[in-house]
Design a binder for this molecule. Sequence first.
Ligand SMILES: [Zn+2]
Length: 133
Amino acid sequence: MAKDTCQICKYKSELWALEQFPIIPPEVTKSAGVKESRTVLLCCSCRQELEEWYLAKVSNVVYDTMIKRFREKSFLEMIKEYEYAYHSFAEYIKGAQRLRLRDVEIMAGVTRDTYDKGVLLPLPRLSGSWCSF
Ligand SMILES: [Zn+2]
């Protein structure tokens, strides 16, 4: 069966288990009148986590110091917001995997030399959530 790699966690999955996910939700690009955002191939754990990350990180209001009150963000501001949130999510997962890899190596007694070669294992995600397709 064909396999491909999740672009965030690098975990290999069957193709049917991966999904093209738009970095910026289509309703935002549509409202902003710009072309649809680029998509990334994600496993279901990353997709669910990214959706939760967006809910937690992306805000549609901003405190405007000019008018001294909160106002709704413009669509272009929202696009930047989503791009930034996606980038920070990718960095967060990469960092978490690196930490996990170091733990595995310490347990296995892997030498510093091996670590410097930068062997990054595609470790399965530790996700408690049930993925449904
Ligand atoms: Zn993934």
